[in-house]
Design a protein around this ligand. Structure first.
Ligand SMILES: [Zn+2]
Length: 407
C-alpha cells in the first residue's frame, strides 16, 4: 500500500490541539490511499470516505478503527503511515509520500518563466468551449493564479471529445466544470466562474474586464467578440481573439493592444473581403469552433490554436517583446492543412493590419469627426465616398490595405 498525503494537511494536524482525529480520503487504484483532508476530531467517523485516523506517537495503542483503517503517526521529523490488519494489529509501516503542493507544483518552471509576475495578473476568458477551456488549462500550467471564466452554456455529451472536461461533467455549466478541473491542477488557484450571457447581462462582463490584466474572447460568435472588443477598449485592457476556421483547417489569433494596434473592429473591417464572419450556422465561411454549429474541427487542430493563443497571452502579460524570442506580431494565421494561403501543413503567417483612425470602436466617433473635418468633409459625405470605394473594389485606396508577408 502506498499513501499520498499533502503537507498542508499534516501541518493542520500538527497545529491541532487534539491528540487524534479522523482523516478523510479515498482509496485510489486499489492500493493507494490519498488523504484528502482532516475531518474534525471525533470518536467515530460514520462516513464511508474516511480511510483512517491520525494520531501522535504516544497514542498509537489507542488508535481504533476497522480493519484496513489507516493510521498516520505524526512525529517531529516525518510522519509514519500504518495500516490496521484484520486481526486488529497495526501492520508494518508502509510507504508514503508527503506532497508539498505549494513548494513543488511549479518547481519545474524555475528559470523559464517569471511566475512571480504572472501570479499578480488576472485573466478573463469569455467562452469555455474547446478553445477557452484549453487556454484556461494551459494558463494555469504556465503559473497564472487568478482567472475569471464567463460562459452561459452547459456541457453536452458531444462537447467532451473536444473539451477539458469529461462525461461526468455533462449537464453542468461549463464554467463550473472547468473551474473544478483547474483547481485540481492548482489548489491555490483563485478562479471565478460566471455562468452568464454577456449579451443580456453586460455588467458582470464589464466588471470582470475592468479588474483583468488581459481579456481573451474565445466565443464562437463574431458579434460577441466585437462586444468584448468594445468593452476591453473602453477599459484600456489588452485582449486576444483566437479562432478556428472551418473544420479547423487553420485558425487565427488576433492581439489588440489599446492605442497601439488595430482593434478587432479594424481587423474585421480590413479583412471583410477575406472572411465572411457570420454567426455559426449561416451560409458562408463561418468562424466557428463550437459544437453542432458551424464546422467544428478535431481538438488536435483546435488545440494548437489554444496553445498559440496561450503563448501570446503569457508574453503579453509579461510584456515580452524581444523579436528574437517572442511573438511580436499581432495577427497570426496558422494553417493545419495545405489550404488557402498556407503552402504547407503546420505553417504560420503573420498579417499586419494598420489601425484605422476612423474606426468607431477604437478611434471613436470624436476621432472620426475630427479626422473628417480636417479633410473638409463630414460623416454623411464620407459614407457616400466609402460606398463609392466599396463599389469600385478599391479597398486599398481607403487606407485599410492589408498584406500577406512575403516570407
Ligand atoms: Zn478599431
Amino acid at each position: 500500500m502506498f499513501v499520498v498525503c499533502s503537507k498542508a494537511i499534516l501541518d493542520q494536524c500538527r497545529s491541532s490541539g487534539a491528540a487524534w482525529g479522523l482523516l478523510a480520503g479515498q482509496v485510489v487504484d486499489g492500493d493507494v490511499y490519498r488523504i484528502a483532508g482532516m475531518w474534525e476530531s471525533s470518536g467515530g467517523s460514520g462516513r464511508q470516505d474516511v480511510v483512517g485516523v491520525w494520531t501522535r506517537p504516544e497514542a498509537v495503542a489507542q488508535t481504533v478503527g476497522a480493519p484496513g483503517a489507516l493510521a498516520v503517526v505524526l512525529e517531529q521529523a516525518a510522519p509514519q503511515f500504518w495500516l490496521r490488519r484484520a486481526d486488529g494489529q497495526l501492520d508494518h509501516q508502509t510507504a508514503g509520500m508527503v506532497v508539498d503542493v505549494e513548494r513543488d507544483l511549479f518547481r519545474r518552471l524555475r528559470g523559464i518563466v517569471d511566475r512571480a509576475q504572472l501570479q499578480e495578473r488576472t485573466v478573463t476568458i469569455i467562452g469555455c468551449g474547446s478553445l477557452g477551456s484549453g487556454i484556461a488549462s494551459l494558463l494555469v500550467g504556465a503559473g497564472l493564479d487568478r482567472l475569471i471564466l464567463i460562459d452561459r452554456d452547459r456541457l453536452e455529451t458531444h462537447n467532451i471529445i473536444r473539451h477539458l472536461c469529461g462525461v461526468s461533467d455533462v449537464g453542468r455549466f461549463k464554467v463550473h466544470a472547468v473551474a473544478e478541473r483547474l483547481r485540481d491542477r492548482n489548489p491555490g488557484l483563485a478562479v471565478e466562474a460566471r455562468p452568464i450571457n454577456a449579451d443580456v447581462q453586460p455588467e458582470p462582463l464589464i466588471q470582470a474586464i475592468r479588474c483583468s490584466d488581459l481579456v481573451i474572447g474565445a466565443t464562437d460568435s463574431p458579434q460577441a467578440q466585437l462586444l468584448i472588443n468594445a468593452q476591453a477598449l473602453a477599459a484600456g485592457k489588452p485582449a486576444l481573439y483566437p479562432g478556428a476556421y472551418n473544420f479547423a483547417f487553420g485558425g487565427e489569433v488576433i492581439r489588440v493592444l489599446p492605442g497601439r494596434t488595430a482593434c478587432l473592429r479594424c481587423v474585421y473591417d480590413a479583412t471583410a473581403d477575406l472572411f465572411q464572419r457570420q454567426e455559426p450556422g449561416q451560409n458562408g465561411q463561418a468562424v466557428s469552433y463550437d459544437e453542432d454549429r458551424g464546422h467544428p474541427g478535431m481538438w488536435i487542430d483546435v488545440g494548437i490554436m489554444a496553445h498559440l493563443a496561450t503563448r501570446m497571452a503569457v508574453e503579453t502579460l509579461l510584456g515580452q517583446e524581444d523579436p528574437n524570442c517572442h511573438l511580436t506580431g499581432h495577427y497570426l494565421l496558422w494553417g493545419n492543412r495545405r489550404l488557402w494561403v498556407f503552402r504547407r501543413p503546420l505553417e504560420s503567417r503573420w498579417l499586419t493590419i494598420p489601425r484605422n483612425p476612423a474606426c468607431l470602436a477604437c478611434g471613436g466617433a470624436a476621432a472620426l469627426d475630427q479626422q473628417l473635418a480636417a479633410q473638409g468633409t463630414n460623416r454623411d459625405a464620407a459614407e457616400a465616398a466609402a460606398q463609392g470605394i466599396l463599389a469600385s473594389g478599391d479597398v486599398a485606396a481607403n487606407g485599410n490595405a492589408w498584406h500577406l508577408p512575403t516570407t
